[in-house]
Design a binder for this molecule. Structure first.
Ligand code: FAD
Length: 587
């Protein structure tokens, strides 16, 4: 039974000390103390009203410690290496808690991986009363790029990607502004180094807030590489030496890293998305090898920033996505001047005396060999699960294609070992999926919940210059599952009002609803190509999950003039053969 000062969330106890706000006087004093030192990241200072005074004092204290150890304010990973990671600071008194727990094991739970899945799981498990340690370690890329706690999303994934996409959209917006009457006299050009430093500063502040949050929530965190000795024992490689720890339960949340092709010069001269967002030189003319969402997004923002990307496609664009939509995405990028080399594979990368990279590549069917020079070669050919360092054989955990197969409870074949996030086989590799799965797993393990993760109907967005978002089934998957005769596809092109004045191309602004043909016409999938796609689809995702039908969609009154309202105006089926191009924006 929770004490009166505790609240219960899904079977887990939280106390006000973990999240609540405390008296304004305390906060003011703590803030004043922090301002004295003038080093508190803006993001922390801004959150003053939400922070309790103890946590602000502690944040200040921790930051002083980090600064004392690292007066130059060097890289986050350096701070982590220097930090005393085997301890957790007790909120009340800054006393170091001793490790070791009741029972035969040091911990109830060891979470391996401090990314989206691992952090969510570790924090929730602690809130449910478990004694938890979370390990995180990032091996530098061949170029030497490394980063702090938080995993792929924060450091080399969603966040820097979205920021660079935004930078690119802003460039486009400035050009459009002239058509709208703004006096944009100078030819604008991007400053890559400024962009990189702004993005990296934001990431560092997120790393810092993440660590403070872990301490606030009493999650012990170790900056070390974990590998199994047996199903209950793990060795952690740290800067200070190896440490052996035991636990009743393990959650593997190690995620993945980009693959390199096995061709000469790939590792020496190529980079991946792990390097791009902190690259200390302009990318210039860039060969993006791979046409998955990461490759297309990188090519898209590089073009928007004024560089010259070319996309090399081995087989198809956006594998796993609706292929009609994928084709439109690629066409819209080509229309913006991004060349696509279809059916080509790279053979070698060589560095010329000029510093340029000579890439030889081959047509996969005709065998024709071509070459071209680039400033940057970006490998975006897929990601590999980080199973190798874990020594999973010592624990008896089976792997499958560099991933771990789990059942619907995220359990591996070893009873006390679970896996969540990108490391699990066959599930969407997305941050919100990792977060929710990690949180639900912790609630099932240590709370009173029995709720399992639902991996179906997960909405997602491809942040290409013209964005693509979808939820539910692709047209081909719906046909595969129900048969072509049982599927009705409602579709239409549309003209965003804001595109008219700057005369932006509306050729690829298209959307469709894949639905049941008969009966209540349940909607199986929604697909949208156009501006702010993620914002458009998010709400429709909730509707689809709640059993949306075509009738409901058509009876929904739109918000005019928006692009999201186009879903409420869909009335032409593919089967009818009628022209889905509208006469005007408001017909
Ligand atoms: P990760 O975040 O990768 O965390 C795993 C952590 O474990 C890492 O820090 C790793 O170094 C560490 N680790 C590995 N092995 C060990 C070990 N043995 N011991 C200790 N630590 C270890 N998703 C979206 O939802 N939206 C997007 O827009 C989006 N954009 C993306 C863009 C890019 C360029 C990339 C690469 C990914 C993007 N993703 C996006 C995917 C998203 O980042 C991942 O789905 C998410 O980060 C997975 O979280 P995770 O916790 O499973 O793994």
């Amino acid at each position: 039974t929770p004490k009166s000062s505790e609240t219960v969330v899904d079977g887990c106890k939280t106390s006000p000390g973990n999240s609540g706000s405390v008296g304004p006087g305390g906060s003011k004093r703590a803030l004043a103390c922090m301002r004295l030192f003038e080093f508190v990241p803006a993001s922390v200072a801004e959150s003053e009203p939400q922070q309790n005074s103890r946590s602000i004092y502690r944040s200040a204290y921790l930051h002083i410690r980090l600064r004392q150890m690292d007066p130059q304010g060097e890289e986050q990973q350096d701070r982590e290496d220097l930090d005393d990671d085997e301890v957790v600071i007790r909120p009340e008194s800054d006393v170091i808690l001793e490790t070791g727990s009741k029972g035969p094991y040091d911990y109830d739970l060891i979470v391996i991986g401090g990314g989206s899945a691992g952090l969510a799981c570790a924090k929730e498990a602690v809130a449910c009363g478990a004694r938890v340690v979370c390990l995180d370690y990032v091996k530098p890329t061949p170029l030497g790029t490394k980063w702090g706690v938080g995993g792929t999303c924060v450091n080399v994934g969603c966040i820097p990607k979205k920021l660079m996409h935004q930078a690119s959209l802003l460039g486009e917006a400035v050009h459009e502004a002239a058509a709208y009457g703004w006096n944009v006299n100078e030819k604008i050009k991007p400053d890559w180094n400024k962009l990189v430093s702004s993005v990296q500063n934001h990431i560092k502040s997120v790393n810092w807030v993440t660590r403070v949050d872990l301490r606030d929530k009493k999650v012990e965190y170790i900056n070390g590489l974990g590998s199994f000795l047996d199903p209950h024992t793990m060795t952690i490689k740290m800067k200070s030496g190896d440490r052996k720890i035991t636990s009743q339960t393990f959650v593997i949340a190690v995620g993945g890293r980009p693959r390199y092709p096995d061709i000469p010069g790939a590792v020496e001269y190529g980079i991946t998305s792990d390097d791009l967002f902190s690259l200390n030189r302009e990318p210039g003319k860039t060969l993006v090898v791979g046409a998955g969402y990461i490759g297309l997004e990188c090519a898209g923002f590089l073009k928007g920033l004024g560089y010259e990307p070319t996309v090399m496609v081995r087989s198809i664009v956006l594998r796993g996505f609706d292929q009609q939509m994928a084709g439109l995405v690629a066409d819209s990028m080509e229309e913006r001047g991004i060349p696509f080399l279809y059916q080509y594979v790279p053979l070698s990368v060589e560095k010329l005396s000029s510093g340029k990279l000579l890439v030889k590549y081959e047509h996969s069917q005709s065998g024709e060999v071509r070459s071209d020079t680039f400033d940057t070669v970006l490998w975006a050919i897929g990601r590999k699960g980080l199973v190798d360092d874990l020594n999973l054989a010592n624990a008896g955990v089976h792997t499958f294609k560099d991933k771990i197969q789990v059942d619907s409870y995220e359990a591996t074949n070893v009873p006390n070992i679970y896996a969540v996030g990108d490391i699990i086989y066959g599930k969407p590799e997305l941050t919100p999926v990792a977060v929710l799965a990690g949180r639900l797993l912790a609630r099932r393990l240590y709370g009173e919940s029995t709720q399992r993760m639902d991996y179906t109907d997960v909405a997602t967005t491809v942040f290409t210059p013209l964005e693509y978002a979808c939820v539910g089934l692709s047209e081909e998957d719906a046909v595969k599952e129900f048969g072509a005769d049982e599927i009705e596809v409602f579709h239409g092109y549309y003209k965003p009002t804001e595109f008219f004045i700057p005369q932006k191309s509306v050729r690829h602004c298209y959307l469709k609803a894949v639905a049941e043909r008969h009966g209540e016409q349940r909607v199986y999938g929604l697909h949208y190509l156009g501006p702010v796609a993620g914002e458009v689809i998010q709400g429709f995702a909730a509707a689809l999950k709640s059993g949306l039908t075509i009738k409901t969609l058509m009876n929904t009154v739109g918000i005019h003039p928006t692009t999201a309202e186009e879903f409420t105006r869909l009335n032409i089926t593919k089967r009818s053969g009628l022209d889905p191009t509208p006469a005007s924006c408001c017909s």
